[in-house]
Design a protein around this ligand. Structure first.
Ligand code: FAD
Ligand code: NAD
Length: 474
């Protein structure tokens, strides 16, 4: 039986990063991965690279270009006639990016001497893992031994009974990444991160998008100022967002989906060409053998871990989407690095208070730390510095002056407690805020930092000045 220092289960951004860090630290490492891609080939990279972060951003970028050329280029004096979208080419570009990146991970495994064990893992006990081969092979089941096991099995789309995914007219996020034409009318259930990102893709390409959200508030967990502005802008872009809408059933013929739902006005029905179900993701422990090996799982299906990602089984750790905390690729990777470092006898560290969030609509929504609403609920006194992109030269020059940066700082110590951005390239701008919070910076620290002119980052500078009531350009 082959024996390793560490066997990682799952090669998403949690698992593959864990494996690379383990190997860098001199631990013999293998990764078990069962993913089979659209070409019927085993693939590394998990949800994030194959059907998540990367393909969705590829389509968001393509659709952003198209929308810009069609609707905004004119403002710059550029006349473009006959702009058209070739959906199959756009989807093929996305597939090429995914292929290059997933193959890149296989190259990194070779470079770091990590064994990729293709198949499905089941934990026998805290030292042994059984691997079942993929459906195409005739290999026998094998068992490998490990001093430590790291579970990084990720998550899968949540299913809801009134809208069963058929992968034809009703799809989940994976199906929504490979439409072969722009649906004339597109329904989306769930105005969460996926619903808004993928809804934006097809809306920009010309679909009439109707989003049905069960909750009465738009982006309930996002800072209210950012959520309200985003809702207004997305509606203006053409997204028909219906809040407080409870889907009660769907029916399909060969071409269309009829959706029945209820809102405060009563029962309603709409018909769409395609329907995306994006109502959250559930931790994936299927086939892992949790019950048999005594791995504890909570009521919602997450593997129970402590702050160090230690599970109920000695020498078995779990990270990423399959454990508590935000379902984000960078959170999964950082947990993996911390576990690898602890396994190598180093002090692994992860600061859960400084995990950034980004929603890749346009403008983008990004934040780190507490919202104003959370600070109020916690009774923490704070000061807010708020600065609109409208007042920054670079944003005006770019024609991207919608949105703002808001910095929330402790009223007594001035320590930054939260930063919220709705605006152009918020996904990049938030990094400064994350770094500042990681270093326990005060708003004054950012206020005294020189920011290049003209840049979008000046809005961050001005917001920091604003915490002390001394913005220059407002
Ligand atoms: P996963 O990436 O889900 O990987 C788990 C892996 O484990 C899979 O490859 C699976 O095949 C394998 N596996 C499971 N069980 C077994 C088993 N028993 N044996 C062997 N292998 C097994 N996050 C962001 O931070 N930014 C984004 O922009 C972003 N965009 C997203 C867009 C979409 C459409 C979706 C769906 C998700 C997006 N996410 C994004 C979320 C992100 O993809 C996840 O948070 C991330 O992939 C979690 O990483 P993970 O390693 O925990 O799990
Ligand atoms: P989500 O939790 O962000 O949003 C789901 C939405 O669906 C919620 O607003 C919820 O109220 C609503 N909902 C639930 N049941 C419903 C029902 N029956 N009818 C109508 N609405 C309903 O989940 P998601 O958008 O599916 O994304 C899953 C996770 O994937 C995210 O939480 C995030 O962690 C990750 N993700 C991250 C990114 C990113 O970082 N940019 C992008 C995509 C996905």
């Amino acid at each position: 039986m082959k024996k390793y220092d560490v066997v990682v289960i799952g090669a998403g951004p949690g698992g593959y990063v864990t494996a690379i860090r383990c190997a860098q630290l001199g631990l013999t490492t293998a990764v078990v991965e069962s993913w089979i891609n659209d070409e019927e080939q085993p693939a590394l990279g998990g949800t994030c690279l194959n059907v998540g972060c990367i393909p969705s951003k590829a389509l968001l970028d393509s659709s952003h270009h198209f929308h810009h050329i069609k609707h905004e280029a004119g403002e710059h004096g550029i006349t473009v006639s006959g702009a058209a979208i070739d959906v199959n080419k756009m989807v093929a570009r996305k597939a090429k990016i995914v292929k290059e990146l997933t193959q890149g991970i296989s190259g990194l495994f070779k470079k770091n001497k990590i064994d990729w064990l293709k198949g499905r893992a089941r934990i026998i006990n805290n030292k042994e893992i059984e691997i079942s081969p993929q459906h195409e092979t005739h290999d026998e089941k094998t068992i490998v031994e490990a001093n430590s096991i790291v579970i990084a099995t990720g998550s899968v789309p949540t299913k809801i009974p009134p809208a069963t995914v058929d992968d034809k007219l009703i799809v989940d996020s994976t199906g929504a990444l490979k439409f072969n034409e722009v649906p004339r009318r597109l329904g989306v259930i769930g105005a969460g991160v996926i619903g808004l990102e993928l809804g934006s893709v097809w809306n920009r390409l010309g679909s009439e998008v109707i989003v049905l959200e069960a909750l009465p508030d738009f982006l309930a967990l996002v800072d209210r100022q950012a959520a309200k502005q985003a809702e207004k802008v997305l509606r203006k872009q053409g997204m028909d967002i219906r809040l407080g809408a409870k889907v009660t059933g769907t029916g399909c013929n060969n071409r269309e989906v009829t959706i029945n739902f209820e809102d405060t006005e009563g029962k309603k029905q709409i018909t769409v060409d395609r329907l995306i179900v994006a109502v959250g993701r559930a931790p994936n422990t299927s086939g892992l053998g949790a019950d048999d090996c005594g791995l504890e799982i909570d009521k919602r299906g997450f593997i129970i871990v402590d702050d160090q990602c230690q599970t109920s089984l000695e020498n078995v750790y779990a990270i990423g989407d399959v454990v508590r905390g935000p379902m984000l690729a960078h959170k999964a990777s950082e947990e993996g690095v911390a576990v690898a470092e602890r396994l190598a006898g180093k002090p692994g560290h992860i600061n859960f208070d400084t995990i950034p969030w980004v929603i890749y609509t346009w403008p983008e929504i990004a934040w780190v730390g507490k919202t104003e609403e959370q600070l109020k609920a916690d009774g923490i006194e704070y000061r807010a510095g708020n600065f609109p992109f409208m007042a920054t030269g670079r944003a005006k020059a770019m024609g991207e002056a919608t949105g703002f940066v808001k910095i929330l700082a402790d009223a007594i110590t001035d320590r930054i407690l939260g930063v919220h951005i709705f605006g152009p390239s918020a996904s990049e701008l938030i990094a400064e805020a994350v770094l500042a919070m990681e270093f326990d910076a005060s708003a004054e620290d950012i206020a005294r930092t020189i920011h290049a002119h003209p840049t979008l980052s000046e809005a961050m500078h001005e917001a920091a000045l604003g915490v002390d009531g001394r913005t220059i350009h407002m």
